[in-house]
Design a protein around this ligand. Structure first.
Ligand code: SF4
Ligand code: MG
Length: 284
């Protein structure tokens, strides 16, 4: 039976604000899973704390709404226990780049075969609008009323420097691009790191949809862009102030952490019949 994105819907209505960028990320995940022919029981979505962290409750797959900044610790544990499960971790920039940053860096360099989506709205939304590690210098919020005096984190350059084997960036306003990035990320044999510009329409009145639209630079628009060239990826990220979108870097020879463990059992530790098989999946 053909799988549809509707198979990944549940009956829990999201309580995100109307217009929140996270709606598009949820829809893109549902479409990507369906396009890959996955069934809900083959997928686990693990999230941290924040508005975006609710996403694991709004999708019809296995779901785990974990603790703040620990989505990747949980996701990696799940993957090592059941290597046939498609594991997707998700959270916000506060979750992944502040309290959870150390997990993010080590998960990137460890290169387990999981996909990580960061809904980057450059603010703390759930706690009603404080400066995040992604907020720009001078950004005014309740926590920095005279403007932030800290430099923002550059997540994609950080991921490349940490040895990332799949580094990509999407934008909630371009769902088709995001669907194809998520599909490619799931098919990638290793850790797929995907930052998504996902505007907070309620508390961030600076980094709006229009603000991003005016600044994003899709890699397809750069003549001769080679996503297998890490140095070029770093250079173009610097030239565009981190506004590149698309698959920015992918190592075609990536070997996942699980496949490097000598003698590690081939079968999942948790047994359950899953289709398609790993071979079917690779052939996609
Ligand atoms: Fe989205 Fe911001 Fe509303 Fe949270 S507060 S649901 S991030 S728009
Ligand atoms: Mg945030």
């Amino acid at each position: 039976m053909k799988v549809s994105f509707k198979d990944f819907r549940n009956d829990v209505p999201p309580n995100w604000c109307p217009g929140c960028g996270d709606f598009a990320v949820l829809a893109a995940m549902q479409r990507a899973f369906a396009n890959l022919g996955l069934r809900p029981e083959q997928v686990a979505v693990v999230s941290g704390i924040g508005c975006s962290g609710r996403i694991s409750g709004y999708i019809h797959t296995y779901g785990f709404h974990g603790t703040h900044g620990r989505a990747l610790a949980l996701a990696q544990g799940l993957k090592i226990a059941n290597r046939d499960l498609v594991v997707v971790a998700a959270g916000g920039d506060g979750d992944g780049y502040a309290i959870g940053l150390n997990h993010t860096i080590h998960a990137i360099r460890r290169n387990m075969d999981i996909t990580y989506l960061v809904m980057d709205n450059q603010i703390y939304g759930l706690t009603k609008g404080q400066t995040s590690p992604r907020s720009a210098m001078g950004f005014q919020t309740k926590s920095t009323p005279k403007g932030s005096i800290e430099a923002p984190l550059s997540p994609l350059m950080m991921a490349l420097a940490a040895g990332g084997t799949f580094v990509a960036q999407g934008f909630s306003s371009d769902v088709n691009q995001l669907v194809s990035i998520i599909e490619a990320g799931i098919k990638h044999r290793g850790f797929a790191f995907i930052n998504v510009f996902s505007p907070c329409v309620t508390f961030n009145k600076v980094n709006t949809y229009d603000w991003f639209r005016e600044r994003v630079v899709p890699v397809e628009t750069i003549e001769g862009y080679d996503p297998h060239d890490r140095k070029l990826a770093m250079q173009k990220l610097m030239e565009t102030d981190g506004m590149l979108t698309g698959i920015i870097y992918q190592d075609p020879d990536s070997v996942a952490y699980e496949d490097r463990i000598p003698g590690f059992r081939k079968e999942p530790l948790v047994r359950q019949p899953l289709k398609p098989s790993r071979e079917d999946f690779e052939a996609l």
